[in-house]
Write a protein that binds this ligand. Structure first.
Ligand code: FAD
Length: 379
């Protein structure tokens, strides 16, 4: 019989998996993270943490360090490629800050909150088997682990999800995102900016430590490559005549450090677990990055999961309660994000003019109401 103190198996050491282990351990539930990469690391890009996530980080005692490393956001705006402001982003008042931070910094803060023995690297999940009292997970060369329950936090292409739900691949939404980090230098930028063109977008995100993160999108088929000209040259061709400091930021980023990922999500599903197994973060509810909420929702998930499990010894019931509590919110954000992305990627000249007019006419209080709803969540 499995010891009631056997640890939970968390598959994946991204934002979701690390947060899950932090939240579970704080609730008195042993948890170990199993990450397939040889070491814990994150990509060279920025990430926004909105009040719905920073509130949780504060409850875990991690917000001060996040603020120390990141950039506290006070303002933002949407612009056209000439730099004219279409609308100011008014951040609704919240009891927790909005923070922009380098992903590696966030990852380090989360990893440091766990004892080193709670994270195992070089462990690639292959398959699971449920037993009467627990779950057995096969990590190939990394051996077999037995736990009280298993949380699949293995991201967009989740192997745990494949085995549990077998519901196909994520859906490509028509545009990739290029990302980079450049020294702030002369391109010091006061807040978050998103600039919308014809089927093209560029975002500027100060992330603290004298760095500015940026991202760009363009409508193109899945897996399209940047051709012989290379990423940087292509981006300079697409955005070279946009407002300052867009060309300078691309120019200041080494070609080999520019990332490119497709945007994907999945139509929301109500239930993403079975027995003593559940999913969390992108494995459960991947969303397009348009509102910068995917990682924030993974942090929320972790807090709700721990709360559900802390209340009962009935693990399967607690996992179903977790999924039920997370469905509406995550489905809403996933759908809103997809909708915004579609409009933001409009390409025809008439549609773009209409969009610009709509943005100019929309009272900031309206956008602020949607953001307020996103930011208000408390686990
Ligand atoms: C361009 C872009 C911009 C974004 N911007 C923001 C933003 O500003 N704010 C925000 O909140 N969110 C943002 N997101 C979303 C955010 O990055 C994700 O929602 C978040 O990383 C999800 O965390 P996760 O832990 O669920 O998955 P992941 O971060 O994908 O982590 C999964 C982990 O599991 C590991 N793994 C995978 N398979 C296995 C296996 N078989 N066995 C063991 N380990 C495995 C992986 O190596 C990885 O470490 C953005 C996403 C993109 C693509």
């Amino acid at each position: 019989m499995l010891d009631a103190g056997a640890p939970a198996i968390v598959v994946g050491g991204g934002i979701g998996g690390l947060s899950a282990a932090i939240a579970l351990r704080r609730a008195g539930i042993q948890a170990e993270v199993h990450e397939r990469a040889p070491e814990l690391r994150e990509v060279g890009a920025g990430i926004s943490l909105w009040p719905n996530a920073t509130r949780q980080l504060r409850a875990w005692g991690l917000l001060d360090e996040v603020l120390r490393r990141g950039f506290r956001l006070a303002a933002g705006d949407l612009r056209d490629p000439r730099g004219r402001v279409l609308t100011r982003m008014s951040l609704p008042p919240a009891d927790a800050p909005s923070v922009l931070i380098h992903r590696a910094d966030l990852h380090a803060v989360l990893a440091d909150a766990l004892p080193p023995w709670a994270v195992r690297t070089g462990a690639e999940f292959r398959a699971l088997r449920e037993t009467a009292e627990g779950v057995e997970a096969d990590f190939g060369d990394g051996g077999t682990e037995t736990g009280r329950f298993l949380v699949g936090a293995d991201g967009l292409w989740s192997a745990v999800r494949r085995q549990l739900l077998d519901d196909g691949e994520p859906v490509y939404r028509g545009y990739p995102v290029w990302r980079g980090v450049a020294p702030a230098g002369s391109a010091e930028w006061p807040g978050l900016t998103e600039t919308l063109g014809r089927g093209l977008r560029f975002g500027i995100v100060p992330i603290g430590g004298g760095r500015v993160a940026w991202w760009a999108t363009a409508n193109e088929p899945e897996h399209a490559d940047d051709g012989t000209e290379g990423r940087k040259a292509r981006l300079l061709r697409l955005f070279g005549d946009w407002h300052d400091p867009i060309p300078q930021l691309i120019q200041a980023t080494p070609d080999g450090e520019i990332l490119k990922n497709g945007t994907y999500d999945r139509p929301p599903v109500r239930r993403w677990g079975r027995g003593r197994v559940t999913l969390l973060g992108d494995a459960a509810h991947p969303t397009t990055p348009n509102f910068g909420q995917g990682g924030c929702m993974a942090i929320e998930d972790a807090a709700v999961l721990a709360r559900c499990l802390a209340r009962t010894d009935d693990v399967p019931a607690a996992l179903r309660a977790f999924e039920a509590q997370r469905y509406r919110r995550t489905a809403w954000i996933t759908r809103e994000s997809l909708r915004y992305g579609r409009v933001a990627q409009w390409q025809r000249a008439g549609a773009v003019r209409l969009r610009e007019t709509l943005f100019r006419l929309t009272p900031p209080s309206l956008t602020s109401a949607t953001l307020a709803r996103m930011f208000a969540f408390e686990a």
